[in-house]
Design a protein around this ligand. Structure first.
Ligand code: SF4
Length: 255
């Protein structure tokens, strides 16, 4: 018998639904995964763009994103962080190029000078039908009708539609929209995934039906987490993705 985590997040729900055993390793046993190249690229790009959008609109140029990247690189001692990676996927120059390509592609997905963000790294802590949910929303703004548009930077590849449906791809943002509705009484009209590596913006109009589906997924997942904690049984979902799972060496499915 295990104690269930005090709260869930949209990403931990995704982890449980992908593989309950992986959820156990990370959320119950609290085994931490060392950062990867991809996670570092994502974190660095997020950090620079968060500072970039704090500049006045007319200052948001390619030169200023370059200057901010240099500043944040030093402030966060990113050279040491990248050098310490267990599995580097290239040199420091490769890392900088990859991150900067993502930043440059921001201009392909929106006009930074006419995009005003209302919230960045916005914390939401709320209750969805008795399930405590916590997490951070990358960024949001308001549309002309005063409704929220939630967006998320992605620095990895666009998921293959054969393996991930449109609703699955937007599940985390839909869950955040529901959390914002409960916590801040704000209605969300649209969700955006900004695939910076490819310079593409994927959008989804939010409907009450989609919100209700997300509500059902949250409640159902919490019930499954509680049942697994009670029985001590966490299923292993063995797929090709196991080869990328940090916990594979200690996973019973691969013993
Ligand atoms: S190796 Fe595969 S089955 Fe095992 S925890 Fe990781 S994802 Fe799950």
């Amino acid at each position: 018998m295990f104690t269930a985590p005090a709260y869930l997040s949209p990403s931990s729900i995704g982890t449980f639904r992908d593989c309950p055993m992986k959820f156990k390793f990370s959320r119950i046993d609290r085994l931490s995964e060392p950062p990867t190249w991809a996670i570092h690229v994502g974190t660095f790009v997020h950090e620079v763009l968060e500072h970039f959008y704090q500049l006045d609109a007319h200052e948001r140029t390619l030169d200023s994103v370059k200057a901010l990247a240099t500043e944040r690189w030093k402030a966060g001692d990113w050279e040491t962080q990248v050098d310490s990676l267990i599995k580097p996927e290239g040199t420091i120059v490769d890392f900088k190029r990859q991150a900067f390509d993502c930043m440059k592609n921001l201009w392909k997905v929106e006009d930074p000078q006419s995009t005003e963000l209302v919230g960045m790294e916005h914390e939401v802590d709320t209750d969805i039908d008795g399930v405590r949910m916590k997490g951070f929303i990358d960024r949001f703004t308001f549309d002309d009708e005063g409704q929220v548009i939630i967006s998320d930077y992605k620095t990895g590849n666009i998921p293959n539609p054969r393996f991930k449906s449109e609703d699955d791809k937007f599940f985390q943002l839909t869950a955040y929209a529901l959390m914002m509705q409960e916590a801040d009484q704000e209605t969300t009209s649209k969700l955006q995934l900004l695939y910076l590596k490819h310079g593409q913006k994927h959008e989804m109009t939010l409907t009450p039906v989609k919100l209700n589906i997300a509500r059902g997924v949250i409640v159902e997942t919490k019930e499954m987490v509680d049942a697994s904690c009670e029985s001590g049984e966490f299923a292993c979902n063995v797929t090709k993705l196991c080869d990328w799972c940090f916990f594979k060496p200690q996973c019973p499915a691969h013993a």
